[in-house]
Ligand binder design. Structure first.
Ligand SMILES: [Zn+2]
Length: 399
């Protein structure tokens, strides 16, 4: 992947990259601050800043107000120097977010219908859809510095391989997308991208120990320990949905049985509702079900929001099972914050109490009293915004 350091050659290339990364992380600096942060003399920093300014990458943002004396100028990234684009890939749609060069989210688009498959043709098709939406939003494609993709399943962000969208043994999906989009591409597991987005721009701001639950069709997790995202040896950490905790005989989509996901996910909600309808229980969904039409998750959400008792019982069952899993995690990690995100977060009013009931029942009081449970602030855009931020972080080579 092309990074910011590839842009500069010769003397001071590393310092330029470092200055831009500092500005991306912390926003604004005076020359004196930068001189101290980089351990470089003020005349040299001034010269480098002038070069970055001439290259259009940074801008002067006026003066710091200070009591008496000369007021120092402050510098920050020039928002118009480029864009970062994040794409979250769902089962049958994608969402898209755009950030300016200085890190402000300037455009979000949710629920763009698209079914992504692991093939070259599908990479070509998704790139076309992305380009169309960017052009519609007035984004100049040549100014996109990096694209970030949040993909379900196991992803190795270093090599660019996704094991859900597999081309062949020698070709990472990120490379095919780079060729199609004609710009650097970074890929990340969707739950981890969501964790990153929520941590930086959502409810997780400032917390150091955070667990993020991606309760979608499946169940994924992102972990932040001491302010850092946990990856594991190969980037596969967080497969909480496949924790073998349930005493049931249901085969999980991973092929094993007893996985938490078979009781705590969108697919579990769907199965529970379908089971109750099959038993002949009455619900506002009965008519559609009995006429042989397929019930969708959207139908179930509408039923929950219309206070349909059968649908509410089903979401409560999911919440109580999820809470049991969370109780175990809280005992292990002692987090200060657990964030519930993903598509099921939409039913938060009905999920919260069953989740808390199970946490109180199954966790150690001494540990769980430290933990707050909140729902995602960014909703369906969490992964897209997180992917944007990861694209920015990897472009600037930030930690
Ligand atoms: Zn499983």
């Amino acid at each position: 992947m092309k990074r910011i350091s590839d842009t500069f050659i010769g003397r001071n290339a590393d310092i330029k990259q470092h200055i831009l990364a500092l500005c991306a992380k912390d926003g604004e600096f005076s020359i004196a601050d930068l001189s101290k942060a980089c351990n470089i003399s003020i005349p040299t920093i001034t010269k480098i800043l002038n070069e970055l300014h001439d290259a259009g990458m940074i801008e002067e943002r006026g003066k710091f107000s200070s009591a008496g004396g000369r007021k120092p100028s402050i510098f920050g990234l020039n928002p118009e120097a480029g864009y970062f684009v994040g794409i979250d890939v769902f089962r049958d749609s994608i969402s898209l977010a755009v950030m300016d060069f200085a890190g402000k989210v300037i455009e979000t688009r949710a629920d763009i219908p698209f079914v992504f498959e692991g093939s070259r043709n599908s990479c070509n098709a998704i790139s076309r859809v992305i380009r169309e939406h960017l052009l519609e939003s007035g984004i100049e494609l040549r100014k996109v510095r990096c694209y970030g993709f949040a993909l379900p399943g196991r992803v190795n962000h270093v090599t660019g391989f996704s094991f859900s969208f597999f081309i062949d043994d020698h070709t990472p999906i990120s490379k095919v997308l780079e060729e199609e989009l004609n710009a650097p591409v970074t890929v990340e597991n969707d739950s981890r991208a969501m964790t990153f987005g929520e941590y930086v721009a959502g409810v997780g701001e400032g917390e150091q120990h955070v667990l993020f639950m991606n309760v979608g069709w499946g169940l994924g997790m992102g972990v932040i320990i001491e302010g850092k995202v946990l990856y594991g040896k190969s980037g596969f950490s967080g497969e909480f949905g496949h924790f073998p905790i349930l005493d049931n005989d249901r085969i999980c989509r991973c092929g094993k049985r007893g996985c938490l996901e078979t009781g705590a996910s969108g697919s579990a909600l769907y199965r529970i509702v379908e089971g109750k309808l099959k038993e002949g229980r009455s619900s506002m969904l009965s008519e559609k079900y009995n006429s042989g039409k397929e019930i969708t998750l959207e139908d179930i959400f509408v039923a929950i929001e219309s206070e349909d008792v059968l649908a509410i019982e089903a979401i409560e069952e999911v919440g109580s099972t999820l809470g049991k899993g969370l109780a175990g995690l809280i005992n292990v990690f002692n987090p200060e914050l657990v964030v519930i995100g993903g598509i099921l977060g939409r039913a938060k009013d009905y999920l919260y109490m069953p989740i808390m009931g199970s946490i109180n029942k199954y966790s150690l009081k001494l540990v769980s009293k430290d933990t707050t449970v909140k729902f995602s602030k960014l909703g369906t855009m969490t992964g897209g915004i997180g992917a944007c931020m990861l694209a920015q972080a990897r472009y600037f080579e930030m930690e």
